[in-house]
Design a protein around this ligand. Structure first.
Ligand SMILES: [Zn+2]
Length: 631
């Protein structure tokens, strides 16, 4: 149990020199808001004298006192500090066991940073991207979904020029941050110190500082934990793994779990950051990273639920069409065939957790597409639909008549006109007669392994097709209600072009198009740029691009998405704008009380999402205001 553990187990970074990332143990005695009676204080002081600094005894008694003051829950008063610790540890062991049944998707996106003297802050300078599936039944095993298949992604293994020496990020190192201590979380190697009580969103938590005892071995968690006070699940832990050595670094991280039902807390968001990691001869590394997990419920229960729903429906016949023509013309047959191919591909992507189920966000996108169609007198059959790809990469593509925008792209768009610009490009592909590979209408053609999805599906057009789509998109926009607001869209594209070399992996699509940094759109919008944003005008205060996570929140259990609903934050300083950047997660945790997760119908909009994930919901204009267009 004690003693050194194998090196490299908790390594997320390998190099040669040393910089420890240990948080110093702190024993806290203040307890916000708790008023000790005189009697209590006397007991406390007496014990202090008797024990002569035996901290553990003192601490244990102290926790008992605190717990007897806080109405934890029925019967909790009898808990001693040791019992509370035991319950936390037992629950954490149970968590590891429970998680073994899941294979969620894992995405880690890392931005290296460099100082920017003008802004007096740091800005991105190189990035890394990883997308895979964590097979938790096998520990921390990761199956990469993008390696070999992704177009243009330089995977973790490939060292860019940003890193000199043998320095690299290991995706497993970030995945490991879903556990406090995946092998040996126990009372023996750790000291628990109660800090205070605190709400994380709606969840009342007991907060402890946890530190490894001397000789507890390397890679022990050291930091602060938040434990919900009903069943003693750790719902957040913030700190690091102690004992970085030559050749291995442990990063600081803030790991969040969200509730998906009784006794089910899912690791979902991890923020990691190092501001001054020194390695080799005077080299410094600064980075920020976000790890997101979702798709826990993939391939579980959903089919059975649908089947059982179907079985209880009253029998109906399809006789309501008998008065109209039932036969299908060749043109209709071809359209149905293409639609089937489109549905097959979308369904395949949804089942592997890449596409969000139909949601309110789709409706927002479709309303904008409708505005473009109506004002351009387009009558497209079958109807154009919109879906959302769940990844952070900025990309868009079209599957038949289904337009797909990535979550990352929607996140960073500053306004509705720039959203319309992205959608207009894909709509242009449809208008210009792009058709899906109808081979996908044959069901055997979509029955391949998940890890081959990126190899089989690729929706990027040829350079000629992209050029034609850009030109057509500019035309569609000129007729649209957005024609006078394209200034911000142009500024957005300009900002993206300026940042492109610093975030190459964020703008490398997995499946679709690069975000069109289009000459045609820039030209069509150029007159508006100067008139829309004279320097110093209020319009110049509009952000040109938002940070990642600025608009869409994802339920890690069922992949349901919705628009963030956050309060406006008032004025935002220049260094707070952080276009295309990673920011910390700060979640509003809730408890899923309606039903057990397996009873939640998949594919329907849940009235109470598992988690109110509201990362960095702090930008002005965080929701699109739709321009209404009368048909
Ligand atoms: Zn395109």
């Amino acid at each position: 149990m004690l003693g050194d553990r194998p090196l490299g187990k908790r390594c997320v970074l390998s190099t040669r020199s040393v910089e420890s990332a240990v948080i110093k143990p702190v024993v806290k005695f203040q307890t916000g808001g708790i008023d000790f009676s005189a009697g209590v204080r006397i007991v406390f002081e007496m014990l202090w004298q008797i024990s002569g600094g035996i901290m553990r005894t003192l601490r244990a008694i102290f926790i008992v006192l605190v717990l007897s003051v806080i109405p934890l829950r029925a019967g909790a008063q009898e808990d001693t500090a040791g019992q509370v610790e035991d319950r936390i540890i037992a629950q954490e062991h149970q968590e590891i066991t429970t998680l073994k049944q899941f294979s969620p998707l894992v995405e880690t996106y890392i931005q290296q940073l460099r100082p920017d003297k003008d802004l007096n802050t740091t800005v991105p300078a190189g990035d890394r991207y990883f997308l895979g599936r964590a097979v938790l039944s096998k520990g921390l095993e990761l199956e990469s979904l993008t390696s070999g298949g992704g177009k243009g992604h330089r995977m973790m293994a490939g060292l860019g020029s940003v890193f000199t020496l043998q320095m690299d990020f290991l995706p497993r190192g970030f995945l490991q941050m879903i556990y406090l201590d995946d092998s040996d979380f126990d009372r023996a190697p750790y000291q628990f110190d109660y800090v205070h009580r605190e709400f994380l969103g709606e969840i009342r938590c007991l907060v402890f500082d946890v530190t490894p005892l001397p000789n507890a071995g390397k890679g022990r968690f050291t930091g602060r934990i938040w434990v919900e006070d009903q069943d003693f699940h750790v719902v957040r832990f913030n700190g690091g793994y102690a004992g970085s050595t030559a050749g291995s670094f442990y990063f600081h991280f803030d790991s969040w779990r969200v509730n998906a039902g009784p006794n089910l807390w899912l690791p979902a968001f991890i923020y990691s950051e190092e501001s001054d990691l020194r390695y080799a001869l005077g080299k410094r590394l600064q980075f920020k990273a976000q790890t997101r997990l979702w798709g826990y419920n993939l391939g579980r229960a959903r089919e059975e639920e649908e089947l059982s729903k179907v079985m209880v429906e009253s029998p109906t016949t399809v006789d309501d069409q008998t008065q109209t023509a039932n036969d299908i013309s060749p043109v209709q047959a071809q359209r149905s065939w293409d639609r089937q191919a489109e549905d097959n591909v979308a369904d395949r992507l949804e089942r592997m957790g890449l596409l969000a189920p139909p949601s309110e966000v789709d409706t927002v996108l479709e309303a904008v597409v409708n505005n473009l169609e109506v004002t351009n007198n387009l009558d497209i059959q079958p109807d154009v639909r919109c879906r959302v790809l769940l990844t952070s990469t900025l990309e868009s593509f079209t599957i038949g008549h289904t337009i797909v925008l990535s979550r990352g792209l929607i996140d960073v768009l500053p306004d509705e006109a720039s959203l319309a610009t992205m959608l207009a490009h894909e709509l242009a592909h449809i208008v210009l007669g792009y058709r899906i590979d109808s081979q996908f209408a044959f069901f055997d053609n979509i029955l391949f392994d998940d890890k081959d999805v990126f190899r089989h599906f690729g929706f990027a057009g040829t350079p000629e097709e992209e050029q034609a789509a850009d030109t057509k998109a500019a035309e569609l926009l000129r007729n649209s209600p957005y024609k006078d607001q394209l200034g911000t869209a142009a500024l957005f594209l300009q900002a993206l072009a300026d940042r492109a070399k610093d975030i190459p992996n964020l703008i490398s699509p997995n499946l679709g198009d690069h975000v069109p940094i289009s000459k045609a759109i820039e030209v069509s919008a150029a007159p508006m740029v100067s008139s829309a944003t004279p320097p110093g005008s209020p319009a110049a205060q509009v952000p040109v691009a938002l940070p990642l996570g600025g608009r869409v929140k994802v339920d890690p259990w069922n992949d349901q998405i919705e628009m963030l609903k956050s309060k406006p934050v008032g004025s935002v300083a220049e260094q707070e704008r952080m276009p295309f950047e990673i920011t910390p997660f700060m979640l509003y945790l809730t408890r899923e009380t309606s039903s057990t997760p397996s009873e939640t119908p998949a594919g329907t909009v849940s009235p109470a999402p598992a988690s109110q994930a509201a990362p960095n919901a702090t930008q002005p204009g965080a929701s699109f205001v739709l321009v209404p267009v009368k048909p």
